[in-house]
Design a protein around this ligand. Structure first.
Ligand SMILES: Cc1cc2nc3c(=O)[nH]c(=O)nc-3n(C[C@H](O)[C@H](O)[C@H](O)COP(=O)(O)OP(=O)(O)OC[C@H]3O[C@@H](n4cnc5c(N)ncnc54)[C@H](O)[C@@H]3O)c2cc1C
Length: 354
């Protein structure tokens, strides 16, 4: 769910697109790369498996303060993401969210063609991997028999809210994602039952208060219980099995189960992009941050080189140098002039301030 105050350009999944640079990963480093590329007139499309931009900052510590971003003595993870989105808005990046970058091939004219799990195809002369610690993958409930229902009746992400219109949902979990989806899907679904093992929620206090108000109004059912199993046939759930001290074992009828038990990170399909890897990181040179494959760059937490520090500010520096090298590939024969944003009216026009 994209809750950013900035309107993002998000085409329907499944289309074909051409651009100057494909960026895999919309974490802070992928976002700032859009800025550095934009100053050089290079357009970017970003792909992220998460349904909102911001990577670790937005997903793991949105409300924690960061103290080592130059010029911002203190900024929370989400504020930094919002400021980056504001900063790159003049360059109109295109976001392909909630989809894993799945496969990569070279075209006959030596460009890269990236395909996502939702069938989106993006072609560009430059590919930038800003995939951080890898793609976020959902933690699944530790119960048997989930597989036959996954993707049809069990969902670890909400790709389209309308998919759940008029359905009987069980949402499991006690963090921000579980509570956000209870609040967002409540007007759409026929019924919502929230199942959590304790009557104590890790989610933002205002979300918990809103959820409790819906429970008091009888619009959401809250069950303090352990999720124990699922029932159904041919990919269609009919109920989940629960157990609690008070009620013992019991079932809740439903059409769909949405477990939100947090995320872990793994390198995922990037391991099959044909790049040299070192302990699941991508070795690059420290001049251009190019990988073993010409035209493919890796910036941010995903790369490794002598002296590498996994800091946001280092990723920003890597993005600036990568952009210079990307220009030479995307605009062969064109002259690259080094300019300051302070004094160049050309750059200021691109930023919409002159
Ligand atoms: C609790 C915590 C506190 C931190 N505090 C600080 C701090 O104070 N200062 C600091 O500088 N750093 C801090 N960090 C580290 C900082 O968050 C990372 O250095 C930074 O997020 C790296 O940015 P990135 O854009 O390289 O990667 P990420 O933020 O990891 O973003 C990568 C994105 O790529 C996506 N992705 C990966 N593979 C795929 C794929 N195949 N398809 C689609 N999408 C994919 C992921 O879903 C993710 O959104 C902290 C980290 C944590 C966990």
């Amino acid at each position: 769910m994209d809750e950013s105050p900035h309107k993002l350009s998000r085409p329907e999944p499944g289309g074909a697109h051409e651009t100057d640079v494909i960026i895999v990963g919309a974490g802070p480093v992928g976002l700032f790369a859009v800025f550095e590329l934009g100053l050089l007139d290079l357009n970017a499309h970003l792909v992220d498996v998460l349904d909102r931009p911001g990577g670790q900052c937005a997903e793991l510590y949105p409300e924690k303060p960061i103290y080592d971003i130059p010029g911002l003595p203190v900024v929370t993870g989400q504020e930094l993401v919002d400021r980056l989105l504001q900063q790159i808005a003049p360059f109109h990046p295109t976001f392909h969210l909630a989809q894993l970058a799945e496969s990569l091939e070279r075209t006959d004219d030596k460009r890269f063609r990236l395909k996502t799990e939702l069938g989106t195809v993006i072609t560009a002369p430059v590919l930038v991997i800003a995939a951080g610690g890898g793609s976020f993958v959902p933690r699944k409930p530790k119960i048997e028999g989930l597989e036959p229902f996954e993707g049809t009746s069990i969902h670890y992400a909400v790709r389209r809210m309308d998919r759940f219109r008029g359905r009987d949902l069980v949402i499991a979990g006690g963090g921000d994602s579980a509570l956000d989806w209870v609040l967002n899907l409540q007007p759409v679904a026929k019924s919502i039952t929230l199942v959590h093992r304790r009557d104590d929620f890790r989610a933002a206090p205002h979300s918990v208060a809103k959820m409790r108000a819906l429970v008091a109004e009888g619009k959401v059912r809250l069950e303090i219980a352990d999720l124990k199993g699922v029932e159904g046939a041919e990919g269609q759930l009919s109920a989940v099995l629960c157990s609690s001290k008070e009620k013992g074992a019991y079932t809740i009828a439903c059409t769909d189960l949405l477990p939100f038990y947090g995320l872990t990170m793994k390198l995922g399909p990037i391991a099959d992009f044909g790049l040299n890897l070192h302990e699941n990181l991508i070795p690059v040179d420290a001049e251009k941050f190019e990988t073993s494959e010409p035209g493919i760059f890796a910036i941010g937490d995903i790369n490794t080189y002598p002296g590498k520090l996994k800091l946001i500010l280092c990723g920003f520096h890597e993005g600036a140098l990568m952009a210079q090298a990307a220009f030479r590939i995307a605009r062969p024969g064109e002259r690259l002039v080094f300019l300051y944003t302070t004094s160049s009216t050309d750059l200021q026009k691109k930023l919409g301030v002159a």
